[in-house]
Design a protein around this ligand. Sequence first.
Ligand code: ZN
Length: 166
Amino acid sequence: MTEQSTIADGMVVTVHYTLKNEEGDLLDTSEGDEPLTYLHGAENIVPGLEKELTGHNVGDKLQAKIAPGDGYGERSGPEPQAIPRARFPEDAELEAGMQILATGQSGETYPLWIVGVDEQGVLIDHNHPLAGVTLCFDVEIVEVRSATDEEKQHGHPHGPDGHHHH
Ligand code: ZN
């Protein structure tokens, strides 16, 4: 049996990536840091990037330009809203870019993002910070392996030492 190294559903894929917007501003990169490892076909990464990576092999480098609809979605709903700082726990560290979980009236949780903090309070947006942004990825595929049954069950990859859940 030859070890499969082509990206398909059920493969654990490790990539180095750099993400910019259409203007060329750097948004995120794994360079100088740990590469990103994800389970292909399990919605661990944005759908547009998953689509672009399908069928590629270890060592491939590619560029992918992904419209918001295949990325973090279009912006929608109300504009960001300022919440008084006093509504948050006193010792909570609040800074722009952080994701927080809010609890709705029927106990369901949903993500919100902090877009700014000032004397007025904490500016909260229910859109992902990259919603409405065209994503320009530079990707290098570092490793591809078959997922274990446990990883497939969980819908995410496990590290070399087994489990590390967040
Ligand atoms: Zn797990």
